[in-house]
Ligand binder design. Structure first.
Ligand code: ADP
Length: 193
């Protein structure tokens, strides 16, 4: 079966995690942030090492280990009764992160909506990431060069995901607003998909 899925899309620091966590508390929604799955790995495990190597440079982890890890997480979540594929809508944040990953997941995901959280000010994103570095102890947020590299990677590799899925599923959300307003704008569409 293909999982009924909505995608949260947008630049690092754009608020996907904040919104995803809230949506995940609604009954029949299951939130999965790919970055959180990576960060839950032990630093000395094989995939944990690959993650640190790439994320510390602001680059994407190669596609195959990413998709393998993600599938594993979803299967474990299903077996342990946290995710109910028959009834839940999957809220994905951070995956697929390039067009090739979208291609790799085409038989797995039934994408019913894409929420593109748009932040107009790059400097606002940078500030949010720097604040998060202090709060969440994230190595990849601590260094300004790495932040700039992540934003470049997003523009170059992740943006094409929007073209892959096309315009009909796309909802543009103004992410410059307060988290409550962003949530309101997302929910207005979510109730219809
Ligand atoms: P952000 O959106 O702020 O960059 P994430 O927590 O989503 O943060 O991701 C942190 C890092 O984890 C990324 O910079 C990347 O190295 C790695 N990562 C997360 N998701 C993926 C993915 N789908 N494909 C490849 N790398 C990923």
């Amino acid at each position: 079966m293909r999982y009924r899925t909505i995608l949260l899309f947008g630049a690092p620091g754009g608020g996907k995690g904040t919104q995803g966590k809230i949506l995940g508390t609604i009954p029949d929604f299951f939130h999965c942030a790919c970055g959180d799955v990576f960060r839950s790995l032990k630093a000395d495990s094989p995939t944990g090492k690959v993650f640190l190597e790439y994320s510390s440079r602001g680059q994407l982890v190669p596609d195959q280990p990413t998709i393998d890890l993600w599938r594993n997480f979803i299967e474990t979540s299903t077996k342990t009764g946290r995710f109910h594929p028959q009834q839940d809508t999957l809220v994905l944040d951070g995956i697929p992160r390039n067009a090739h990953q979208a291609q790799m997941l085409k038989d797995t995901l039934d994408v019913v909506g894409i929420f593109y959280l748009r932040c107009t000010e790059e400097e606002q994103l940078v500030q949010r990431l720097q604040r998060r570095a202090l709060k969440e102890n994230r190595l990849d947020d601590a260094n300004l060069d790495v932040i700039r590299q992540r934003l470049k990677t997003y523009e170059r590799e992740s943006k094409p995901v929007l073209d892959y899925y096309g315009k009909t599923l796309l909802h543009r959300i103004n992410a410059d607003q307060s988290p409550a307003k962003v949530l309101f704008d997302i929910l207005r569409h979510v109730v219809k998909v």
